[in-house]
Design a binder for this molecule. Structure first.
Ligand SMILES: CC(=O)SCCNC(=O)CCNC(=O)[C@H](O)C(C)(C)COP(=O)(O)OP(=O)(O)OC[C@H]1O[C@@H](n2cnc3c(N)ncnc32)[C@H](O)[C@@H]1OP(=O)(O)O
Length: 218
């Protein structure tokens, strides 16, 4: 899955999410050096890894370093990854060694699979996704690019999660359902029917409360 032979990994974003991404990469034992870029110039180190510049410095690293965008906001993460891939940057797939990945699972570049995740057979996960701590993604799911499946989410079999959708912490999606691109599920929502309109959905069963705002984490 990780095709690049580069020995260094540069993570864009040194915040809380960036630290967990770096920790996941460290546990893979693949890179000799891991470092961050972050636009907060007062930061010099995060989780013991050097912060070697800001996003303006990225061009100096594109040829020799693998790149990973560790920004929780799905829209911003997509914009940066798409731009950098167009410039030839190589994005690895990060998979924590404690994750259980089934047969015939496909995962695309720039996606991170955090500790304790289970992904069951024949599921496809696009690029730039976050499959966060201890989420379970069952068989035959399709998670489109730049989605975020938050910690402790459970997706049943044959679920489709649209591009850039954010499934909030602890949510549940029942089997054979589809959630449209760009939707947001609040913490603890339970989805029992398709979600065909963008917006923010909360509760049991999940209902729309508002739409058009960008609530993504950063
Ligand atoms: C490692 C990590 O940390 S990954 C990140 C994990 N974090 C998450 O998953 C956070 C998920 N975010 C949420 O659940 C948020 O509450 C959102 C995005 C759904 C809504 O945010 P906001 O629009 O700011 O909602 P706001 O706080 O204004 O609440 C609006 C109403 O919805 C209710 N509401 C908000 N979230 C929920 C929820 N998850 N379930 C039920 N009701 C909710 C509020 O109580 C409020 O009701 P009221 O008008 O009767 O008082």
């Amino acid at each position: 899955m990780n095709e690049s032979a580069k020995q260094n990994l540069l993570i864009i974003g040194a915040s809380g999410h960036g630290k967990v991404v770096a920790d996941t990469a460290l546990k893979m034992n693949k890179w000799q050096r891991i470092a961050f870029l972050d636009d907060d110039e007062s930061l010099k180190v995060s989780l013991g890894f050097d912060i070697i510049g800001t996003s303006k410095d990225i061009e100096a690293y594109i040829n020799d370093w693998d790149i990973f965008v560790a920004i929780g906001n799905n829209t911003i993460r997509e914009k940066i990854q798409v731009e950098l891939q167009a410039q030839g940057a190589t994005f690895p797939i990060l998979i924590h060694p404690s994750a259980a990945i089934g047969k015939e699972v496909e995962i695309a570049e720039g996606t991170v699979i955090m500790a304790g995740v289970v992904i069951n057979s024949s599921t496809k996960i696009g690029r730039g996704c976050i499959i966060n701590t201890s989420a379970t993604v069952d068989h035959d799911n399709l998670i489109e690019d730049f989605a975020h499946i938050s910690p402790g989410v459970h997706l049943a079999g044959t679920v489709i999660i649209g591009k850039g959708t954010w499934i909030g912490i602890g949510s549940i999606v029942s089997n054979n359902l589809e959630i449209i691109s760009g939707a947001i599920l609040g913490a603890g929502a339970v989805v029992l029917k398709d979600i065909n309109e963008t917006g923010v959905y909360v509760g049991v069963p999940a209902r729309r409360i508002n739409y058009g705002k960008d609530f993504n984490t950063s």
